[in-house]
Each structure stands twice: as C-alpha cells, then as structure tokens.
Ligand binder design. Structure first.
Ligand code: SF4
Length: 525
C-alpha cells in the first residue's frame, strides 16, 4: 500500500495541500483521471486527493469507485462519507468496502439536502449524521461486535484515519456557536483532523483556530478549505447551491472583473495566510481547475510567504452584521484573548417549556414516584420488553396513550418512540422540524439568515434550540458533550412514555463525551 501522505503530514506536522475532486453523474471521469495522472507525474504535485460523496444532493459516482485509481498512481485518497443516501447498515458496509481497499482516510459528513434525482427528488435518509458516522468509525477501528445466532463475533479491526468538517462562516451567533459545540463532539469521537467549510473571510476562519486554542483543542489539526470560484459559481453559492456557503456581493463584483490568474492569486494569498497562521494544510478546490492551476497556487503561496498581510483586504469579505466570537484586533483579524461575544441575549422560558419541564420532573424522571408507579403497572417483570410485546396490550399502556395528545399538540411529536424532547429543552422536535432529523446538533447547511437549507421559510430548528436553551437558563455547550445514540427504529410508532418507563429508549444510553474522555469502549452493533 502506498504511503498515506495525509497521515504522515499530520504526524510530522508538515503543511500539506489536498485537492478536492467532485465526481459527477457519470462513470466516465476523464478529467479526474487526467488530474490524478498529472499530479502523480509531478514531483511537487498534490499528493492527497479528496473525493466527494454525491455532493449537492445529486446522483454521482461514489468515492469508492475512483479511489483505486488514486492508489494505483501512488497518491492518497480521502473518501468523503455522508449519511444522506444510506442508512447505518449501508454506511457500515461502505466502511468495510473502504477497509478492504486499504483506504484509511475518511471524512465524515452529514450530507447536503437531496436535490435532483431519477424521476424526482430522492428520499432523505440521514440515519446517521456526521458525529454518529465518526462514532461508527471509532468502534470499527477495534472491530464491531455482533451476533450471528448464538455466536458472538467481532469484525476485523481497521486503522481508519477519520476527519470531520466545521463551518466557521456562519453569520449569526446561534448557527456559529452550534457549529463550534458540535466540533467538540467530533473531536471527542476521534476526529484526527478537521476541514473547514469553504469560505472567503480569513478573520472568521482564523477565529476557529483561536477558539480551538482557547478551548484546549489547539492540537487538533485544522485544514483550511480554499475554494476558487468563478463569478457564476459564486452566484450559485449565494443562492444556496451548494448549501451553507457564504458569498458577499463584493466578492461577486470582484470575480466578475477577474480572469483566472487573479482568482488563482487570491487563492495563493489564502494558502500563504493559513500556512503562516498555523493551519495544518490547505484543502483546495474549484470547478474546472487543472493540476497546473494547483501548482500555480502552491508555487505562488510559497513566494508570497508572510507578505499576505499586505493584501489582507483580498481575504476578508464580510457579510453585513457578521457575528464574531472575538473583538477585532489591530491586524484586521480577531483578538483571540478578548472575551467571548457569546452566548448573548435575554429570553424568557416559554410556557411550553415550563409545563413540559414540570411534567418531566414529576412524571418522567426515573426517580419520581409516578415514574416508578407506572413502571410497576406495565407488566414488565420477567420479560424482555424489546422482544416480548405482551406488555403493550395492558390497561396502563393504553392509559399512557393520553400523553400522546399533549406531545402531538404541544411538541409536534412524530411518534419516533425514542424521545429526546427534554434534551432539546422542548424547543421543537427535530424529528418534525429538521429536514435531516438530526439529534446531535445542526448540519452546516443553514442559510445566511439562519433558515434551513431545505426550507427557506423556516428557521433552522437548532437555532431555536440554542436560544430556548439559553432562555431556560441552561448552557447550550451541552450539545457539544452529550452524544445521543442513533434513533432506535424498533420503537417507531410506539408510545415514547411507555418506552421510557420500560427503559428501552435512549435515555440511559446517552453518553457524555469530551476530547479527553476514554473513548475506547465498544458496543454492540
Ligand atoms: S433544520 Fe438546520 S440542521 Fe436541520 S437540515 Fe435544516 S439547516 Fe440542517
């Protein structure tokens, strides 16, 4: 197997460049083959090739189909893996496929909203999001336990080298802080490196590094996404395709006047800046770029060195009212030693929160007298409530159905049977309001106004959860520590309250994860 250039660059603390190839809706990929062939023939060429996983919500060749071509040319593939098109079983199967090919580098993402597809939009899946994919990878590294009849088995361990993504470019506090919190969880689940969302604001990009240092995560290798857009692509991004990109009118205005050499020069300035600012690498991408263009960018970045500071105006495109975590410093970036500008805001807890909280305290909490009373009436003694459904036919199970009326009316319950409403502080159920049904924090796709990438008429529910958590007097950073397990589909359409009393929902299997905690425990598939 050829050297894993990504792993060795990170271990040796050597700045690296990677190229993002977007595989399209065809198995004929002549442009990608030419790029890889030229990179392999160039002594100073790109050594790490990242392969997108059906990006933009469109059908495309998956990374597994092209990674062998990269390996054959002595280069290092980085396979993206999203949860948008396949459930946990398929994701595990794809990871076994990658392991069989000897591909260690996997970038875990939630995935874009579905877009075009054969005879209409595809069904959104999102059975696992980015953090749960990282957790699956972490467990598969030491072998996943499963049973076959009476036999207990464990899959062959494989040394995956997993990475995560984060957006530092969110324009509002809730979106941005939730991105930061989710990154804590990703670090705790074993992300070995982090690649940023693409963007065009160096101050915000560097704030991410400053934040990680402040939070004790400064050793987490951070790779800056340096995207080289044309004016046409920038306009598409501004309109939400692909989702989660922040593009200003000023950048579009400049791009309209520029030719390729100027665009490559701006990218070279950005590569020089992030190298100087201590990033681990630059992840370079752009539609229609040749390997020669990459050599131009890399070569110019070396020549520019720390002279990028003279042209910092080329690297900071700000949205009106952009949220910054730190105050501005004299060098045009942020002062990483200044107090955090978040969390902020004064809200009052809603009536829905107050009533639901009281109900949780007196009826649902396992220590409460009423919870013990109901549990004792459900005929659970001596049976496995997962395998034996007889307890669901008794009087008290049916009586608990009354709770569903409140859940549906006040909390828009979707009867997933595996409730996390109290974790979300009753702000709104993500099984109802999040297009991707996420349970561990937001995707990176929210629009610049904080609305959902899949529905411009609706706020991203995680922004509401952030604000309502503050209103409830709680610390929203809990979303960066508590890992909610994937939804248990055997509980679908069942009574969530009864499942709680039978102790078969997620309540006891949530876990607190921190980057320093022991994360080597394994669990059943
Ligand atoms: S609600 Fe938020 S987290 Fe869910 S899909 Fe929309 S933007 Fe993503």
């Amino acid at each position: 197997m050829p050297e894993n250039y990504l792993k060795s660059a990170i271990h040796e603390n050597k700045f690296f460049h990677s190229a993002e190839l977007v595989l399209g809706r065809d198995h004929a990929v002549a442009d990608a083959e030419t790029f890889v062939t030229e990179a392999a023939q160039s002594p100073d060429g790109v050594r790490i090739i990242s392969l997108t996983d059906l990006p933009g919500g469109n059908p495309a060749l998956p990374p597994e189909a092209f990674a062998s071509f990269i390996l054959e040319h002595g280069l290092t593939p980085l396979a993206h893996l999203t949860g948008k098109d396949g459930n946990r079983s398929l994701l595990e199967g794809r990871l076994h496929h990658l392991a069989k090919m000897g591909i260690e580098n996997v970038l875990a993402l939630t995935g874009d909203a579905q877009n075009a597809g054969f005879m209409g939009k595809a069904k959104p899946v999102y059975d696992l999001d980015s953090v749960l994919i990282l957790e699956l990878i972490r467990i598969m590294q030491s072998g996943i336990q499963y049973s076959l009849g009476a036999r207990a088995l464990r899959s062959t361990p494989f040394d995956f080298f997993a990475g995560a993504v984060v957006s530092p470019y969110k324009t509002h506090e809730p979106d941005q802080m939730m991105q930061f919190y989710k990154l804590h969880l990703k670090a705790a689940l074993g992300a070995k490196f982090v690649i940023t969302q693409l963007g065009f604001n160096l101050r915000k990009l560097y704030e991410l590094k400053q934040y990680l240092i402040r939070e004790g995560l400064g050793a987490l290798p951070l790779v800056a996404n340096v995207y080289i857009p044309t004016a046409t692509i920038a306009k598409m991004m501004k309109s939400g395709e692909p989702s989660g990109c922040v593009v200003t009118d000023e950048l579009i205005r400049r791009l309209e006047q520029e030719k390729k050499p100027q665009r490559l020069e701006r990218a070279a300035l950005m590569v020089a800046a992030v190298k100087d600012l201590g990033f681990s690498g630059a992840h370079i991408g752009g539609f229609g770029l040749t390997h020669k263009d990459f050599l131009t960018v890399m070569g110019r970045a070396s020549e520019i060195g720390n002279d990028w500071k003279k042209k910092i105006d080329e690297l900071i495109f700000e949205m009106p009212g952009d949220f910054y975590l730190f105050s501005r410093s004299g060098d045009g970036l942020s002062d990483g030693a200044s107090p955090y500008n978040a969390p902020s805001g004064q809200h009052r807890a809603s009536m829905k929160y107050t009533v639901s909280r009281l109900f949780h305290h007196y009826v649902i909490r396992p220590e409460s007298s009423l919870a013990k009373f109901f549990a004792s009436r459900l005929h659970l003694k001596g049976i496995d409530p997962r395998k034996d459904g007889s307890w669901r036919r008794g009087f008290w199970y049916k009586a608990l159905e009354l709770s569903s009326y409140y859940r549906i009316a006040a909390l828009q319950c979707q009867r997933c049977g595996d409730c996390i409403q109290e974790h979300l502080n009753y702000a709104g159920c993500t099984m109802r309001w999040c297009y991707k049904n996420l349970r561990n924090g937001p995707c990176g796709g929210s629009r610049v106004d904080g609305t959902c990438e899949a529905d411009a008429g609706q706020s991203c529910i995680w922004n509401i959860i952030y604000s309502d958590t503050l209103a409830a007097g709680e610390d929203p950073s809990k979303f960066g520590r508590v890992l909610i397990p994937p939804r248990d589909w055997s509980l679908d359409r069942m009574n969530a309250l009864a499942n709680r009393f039978a102790n078969i929902d997620n309540y006891e299997t949530r876990s607190v994860r921190t980057p320093t905690s022991e994360t080597n425990n394994n669990s059943d598939a």
